[in-house]
Design a protein around this ligand. Structure first.
Ligand SMILES: NC(=O)c1ccc[n+]([C@@H]2O[C@H](COP(=O)([O-])OP(=O)(O)OC[C@H]3O[C@@H](n4cnc5c(N)ncnc54)[C@H](O)[C@@H]3O)[C@@H](O)[C@H]2O)c1
Length: 340
């Protein structure tokens, strides 16, 4: 039995979703929608058998369409997502879920009321290297995670309607919530506008998140950096790990390094520190395409074979962090409580 789907938004990211959903054997991608004529013409050339429209209400009013993917700008996520759910269709919505927590909460409420699935496009949950990190954390190989340092830096692409926190940090927050199986307790942030100063859009920001069990995370996001860096360092009580998403062959390195507190043999009250410099292990990582896994997972969820890893609640939790991080920036770095 195949799922009849439609896709709204075919700008930069939408075509990737369209390609992957269309390639799934149990999906019939029936309609594609975009406001932009050039994008619609491009899609018609690529997919001559799929109906193309400029009005998403065509999709909403088509009772035969069971599920819709949305890859439009974040400010449009709420009205489009709400219309999709209210029409009784399952919703795959790109990250960040909505422009604020209130809108995200409302989508979660409607989906629950109508017994529909929401999945948010938090792609890093489907990246094989991230899944490897999760397996290593859960196996206890790293010990207790003390802290994580993340750098997601690049020169551009400068967004005009969202700051660097809303653009880049959703990936890291969703990844951390997935890895730790919990959401952060507080966030504080500082950020500055250098390039789009007149519009007040921050292009660099530093976030600090406190997770339960004394875990602290630092996230540095920037559109104003010389190098493309996507690097996460996990420091555990037993081992340390560096996940470098840019590296082709050494995405994960596990360092058998640490410091052990040893008692002093000649003084019962004293201690000394023993530094450990052991092996560095580079595990083999699968080459699977994360977006394909993500799209297939959504279809499995619709068919009752799985529950979304990145469901509406996770989407909401990510948006709450983004929203509170931006309040913290305005308040000069003042910590904000989350989950209230
Ligand atoms: N998961 C990822 O790694 C990833 C990567 C990039 C972008 N995204 C997300 O995808 C979404 C889209 O980003 P993008 O970079 O593709 O933006 P984009 O501006 O390139 O494309 C958005 C498209 O939506 C169309 N559109 C806008 N309003 C519409 C409406 N009412 N009806 C139909 N079409 C409409 C626009 O014409 C445009 O073609 C954002 O939420 C973004 O955060 C996710």
């Amino acid at each position: 039995m195949s799922t009849k789907m439609a896709a709204i938004g075919c700008g930069y990211w939408g075509p990737n979703l369209i390609r992957n959903f269309n390639s799934l054997p149990d999906v019939e991608l029936a309609t594609i929608c975009d406001l932009d004529e050039e994008r619609r013409n491009h899609m018609s050339v690529l997919y001559p058998d799929i109906t193309v429209t400029d009005d998403y209400m065509t999709i909403i009013n088509d009772a035969s369409i069971e599920a819709v993917s949305v890859a439009t700008p974040v400010t449009t996520h709420f009205p489009i997502g709400k219309a999709v759910l209210e029409a009784g269709k399952h919703l795959f919505i790109e990250k960040p879920m909505c422009a604020n927590a209130e809108e995200s909460r409302e989508l979660v409420r409607i989906a629950e009321e109508k017994n529909l699935q929401i999945m948010v496009g938090h792609i890093f949950l489907f990246v094989p290297a991230v899944r490897k990190v999760k397996a290593l954390i859960e196996s206890g190989d790293l010990g207790d995670i003390h802290y994580v340092n993340i750098r997601r830096l690049n020169l551009g692409i400068f967004q005009k309607d969202a700051n660097v926190v809303w653009d880049l940090a959703p990936h890291d927050i969703a990844m951390l919530n997935y890895l730790f199986d919990e959401a952060p307790l507080t966030v504080s942030a500082t950020g500055k506008c250098y390039v789009q100063k007149d519009k007040g859009i921050e292009d660099v920001a530093f976030l600090t998140l406190e997770y339960p069990n004394n875990k602290i995370v630092s996230i540095h996001v920037s559109w104003l950096d010389p190098d493309k860096i996507r690097e996460c360092t996990f420091v555990g009580s037993k081992q340390m790990l560096v996940y470098d998403d840019v590296s082709m062959s050494e995405k994960i390195k596990i360092f058998d390094k640490g410091v052990d507190v040893m008692p002093h043999y000649d003084d019962y009250s004293g201690f000394h520190l023993a530094y450990r410099h052991g092996d560095i292990v580079i595990p083999k990582i699968d080459q699977a395409e994360p977006l394909k896994i993500e799209c297939a997972h959504f279809i499995d969820c619709i068919n009752g074979k799985a529950t979304p890893l990145s469901d509406g609640i996770m989407g909401l939790q990510v948006v709450e962090v983004l929203e509170k991080a931006c309040i913290s920036i305005k308040e000069g770095g003042c910590p904000q409580q989350l989950g209230g």
